[in-house]
Design a protein around this ligand. Sequence first.
Ligand SMILES: C[S@@+](CC[C@H](N)C(=O)[O-])C[C@H]1O[C@@H](n2cnc3c(N)ncnc32)[C@H](O)[C@@H]1O
Length: 235
Amino acid sequence: MTVLDPRSPATAPGPHIRTFHPRRGRIGAARADALARLWPRWGYDIDPAGTAFDAEALFGRVAPLVLEIGCGMGEATAAMAANDPGRDYLAADVHTPGLANLLALAEREGLGNVRAARGDAVELLRDLMKPDSLDAVHVFFPDPWPKARHHKRRIIRPDVVALIRERLRLGGVLHCATDWAPYADDMIRVLRSDPGLRDLHAGFAPRPPHRPVTKFERRALAAGRGIFDLVFERR
Ligand SMILES: C[S@@+](CC[C@H](N)C(=O)[O-])C[C@H]1O[C@@H](n2cnc3c(N)ncnc32)[C@H](O)[C@@H]1O
């Protein structure tokens, strides 16, 4: 099913260009165990042909919803959710070991406001989520796709940004972070050219204290790369 406004650029005909690397990874016994126990309660499989996403059914309550696209190992999700119990956090990735790690963290920390979504977050947004249904979208350290011929695979590109904006409520926030300077410049350009978004910091944002430093970010800092945060609001 498609719940998107048919006039949206995100429904424009053409193949969906995937934003992720297909990857396999060993899951390990502890994470496999967490997955088997916790997925039936806290996991959500993204099926673009399925029924519309129902946050109340998944979280068991009505609360503002934050979607994290590409949560990796889920460290940032778990830490942010722990400090923000009034909102629900849905962390999407295609990488099962990372989602298993997130659920294990959520169980260990006793977090009731975290759920994991497995599959393509673009399909989740496009086919399963309703307009105005998100309080915030986080895109932290997305794959930079550095080669020019791969730029079309970047998640922060005009059609996906329009889709994210349509799913945000008015005043809802899109927060992106990257350690790849050329991508950061591209993100600013793409986000500013969406007429429905407003830049909250007139450029790169100061590092928000609520975004935790992950292993990924520590590696980037150790390699001497800068970190760029971008915070835009739906208007
Ligand atoms: C470079 S990693 C960053 C992970 C994490 N945010 C961090 O800061 O450590 C990017 C992640 O985005 C995921 N990803 C990319 N496109 C995606 C999509 N369309 N839907 C779900 N996950 C996606 C990849 O599988 C990968 O785990």
